[in-house]
Design a protein around this ligand. Structure first.
Ligand code: SAM
Length: 236
């Protein structure tokens, strides 16, 4: 993480660390704290093997993503603004946000997995793109810090997705937009609910849209294409 990105990031943090740990190229705000997600699938993503296995899933997600307007486009990220990618994985969406905000802006990716963050740093870190190790359920940022928030294929792994969504809304500036994408199990969703500790949440068709509305977001739109659901909205 460059000195400039660290300084800009610190301004957004609720509690900037006195001795920031950027030794692995990202700002580590969790240290040795155990991960909050203990599901089998999260353990897989967090592992090196999962990081490789992940590529196949991502290729599929990218293909399906083109079925709807690109989120970075719809988010209407202002040049010189701040953008957040929650559960950034290998960081390519964070990189796209960095290009959208331009050299005077800041795009940050948050993830809990050290191997994923290491990959993201190698591939995408730059003069206006940085990565932070933190938990989506306790975002370390001050209220209303970001001009856009996006989260792709992460909420299904979170023990309490509504808490993570509330955090995303909290850090979004009024009038600004957020978008999330989750894989849906389609007709198998009902069955997955009966599996104990499946490790991933199977969302009902309207579940995320309802949560967006209950969090006060306006203009909520849901689009489900095959096994991918996008939900987007604007903070009033
Ligand atoms: C399927 S990957 C998606 C990565 C990326 N958004 C993309 O689409 O390219 C899910 C990511 O969510 C991260 N993740 C899971 N639980 C998390 C949490 N509680 N806080 C932050 N990131 C989390 C995982 O480590 C993983 O990198």
């Amino acid at each position: 993480m460059t000195h400039t990105v660290l300084r800009m990031t610190e301004r957004l943090l609720i509690d900037p660390p006195e001795h920031p740990d950027t030794s692995k190229g990202y700002l580590d705000l969790l240290g040795d704290e155990p991960d909050s997600n203990r599901g089998a699938i999260q353990a897989l993503w967090a592992s090196r093997l999962g990081s490789m296995f992940y590529d196949n899933a991502q290729t599929l997600a990218r293909r399906l993503m083109t079925a709807w307007q690109q989120p970075t486009e719809w988010l209407n990220v202002p040049v010189g603004g701040t953008a957040l990618d929650v559960g950034s994985g290998p960081g390519n969406v964070t990189g796209a946000l960095g290009r959208a905000v331009g050299p005077g802006g800041l795009a940050l990716g948050v993830d809990i997995s050290e191997p994923m963050l290491a990959r993201a740093v190698r591939a995408e870190a730059g003069p206006n793109v940085g990565f932070i190790r933190a938990d989506a359920q306790h975002l370390p940022f001050r209220d209303e810090s970001f001009d856009a928030v996006v989260s792709i294929a992460m909420l299904q792994l979170i023990p309490d997705p509504a808490v993570a969504l509330a955090e995303m809304v909290r850090v979004l500036r009024p009038g600004r937009r957020m978008a999330v994408m989750v894989p849906t199990a389609g007709p198998a969703a009902g069955l997955l609910r009966y599996l104990p500790n499946a490790g991933a949440h199977a969302f009902g068709d309207d579940e995320l849209g309802d949560t967006f509305e209950s969090l006060g977001l306006a203009g909520v739109r849901i689009n489900t294409v095959g096994t991918i659901q996008w939900v987007r909205g604007r903070k009033s």
